[in-house]
Design a protein around this ligand. Structure first.
Ligand code: 13P
Length: 258
């Protein structure tokens, strides 16, 4: 059965001290207030993951919050100045890695073919990819968004065999909803999530499609999380801005209690 997941993507925010403060606040709130079994993930900047893992191991929250990278290199190692490998991430305590976020696709020209290589390396080093897909406003207006999403999945993810693809997390993040305050309505998001799940059925089978968690991302906050997460094919959220505030992030996690 697929997992319920709330993942915070801190993006390029929080230095070391700020990261430790926010993470410990979230951890304490989660410990005191969260009674559901949602998987909670914090995707922090590379530079801070090791310290967060150390803090976590010395606390009584241990496995309650998992750590994630925000990207990894498409190559195993070598002369790639400035890059960080999947193996390095794994060695400092990350259990997940975001791959193909729209900001990486936009600012770093990451293609589906490149992302497929990242997915393979992440899995090789036992990191669970959180594979991001989603359309821009122009693509939606031109009504090519379904084809685009299909392509993103077919070229970036569907080369995996059935037993592996079911371990991966997919995040649907419409680019027009990211950081804009323009959330997709629960119905709009559900429509695309159902479409994604159907593509998994077509590429693999129903059983596999039912194992894959599909998260929604894009201006998700404590007021809209419950209505989004109650949709049949929405298994949680990938949260940007609201994950930078411990109260908001915890309140989003708690929507799985209700
Ligand atoms: O990009 C996102 C998460 O990866 C979403 O960001 P916001 O929640 O700030 O819109």
């Amino acid at each position: 059965m697929r997992k319920k997941i709330v993942a915070g993507n801190w993006k390029m925010n929080n230095d070391l001290q700020e990261s430790l403060k926010l993470f410990s606040e979230v951890a304490n709130m989660v410990k005191d207030e969260v009674s559901n079994d949602a998987e909670i993930i914090v995707s922090a900047p590379f530079t801070n993951i090791y310290a967060l893992d150390q803090w976590k191991n010395g606390s009584d929250i241990h496995d309650k919050i998992k750590l994630s990278g925000q990207n990894c290199c498409w190559e195993e190692s070598g002369a790639y100045t400035g890059e960080v490998s999947a193996k390095m991430l794994k060695s400092i305590g990350a259990e997940y890695v975001i791959i193909g976020h729209s900001e990486r696709r936009q600012y770093f020209a990451e293609t589906n073919a490149l992302l497929a290589k990242k997915v393979d390396l992440a899995l090789k080093h036992e990191l669970i990819p959180i594979f991001c897909i989603g359309e821009t406003l122009q693509e939606r207006e031109k009504n090519i968004h379904l084809d685009l999403i299909k392509n993103q999945l077919q070229e970036g993810l569907f080369h995996l065999i059935k037993s592996v693809v079911k371990t991966v997390v997919i995040a649907y993040e419409p680019v027009w909803a990211i950081g804009t305050g323009l959330t997709a309505t629960p119905e709009q998001a559900q429509e695309i999530h159902a479409f994604i799940r159907q593509l998994i059925v077509e590429g693999y089978d129903e059983e596999t499609a039912n194992e894959v968690s599909i998260l929604y991302g894009g201006s998700c906050n404590p007021s809209n999380a419950a209505s989004l997460f109650s949709q049949k094919d929405i298994d949680g959220g990938l949260i940007g801005g609201a994950s930078l505030k411990s109260r908001d992030f915890t309140d989003i996690i708690k929507t799985f209690n209700s």
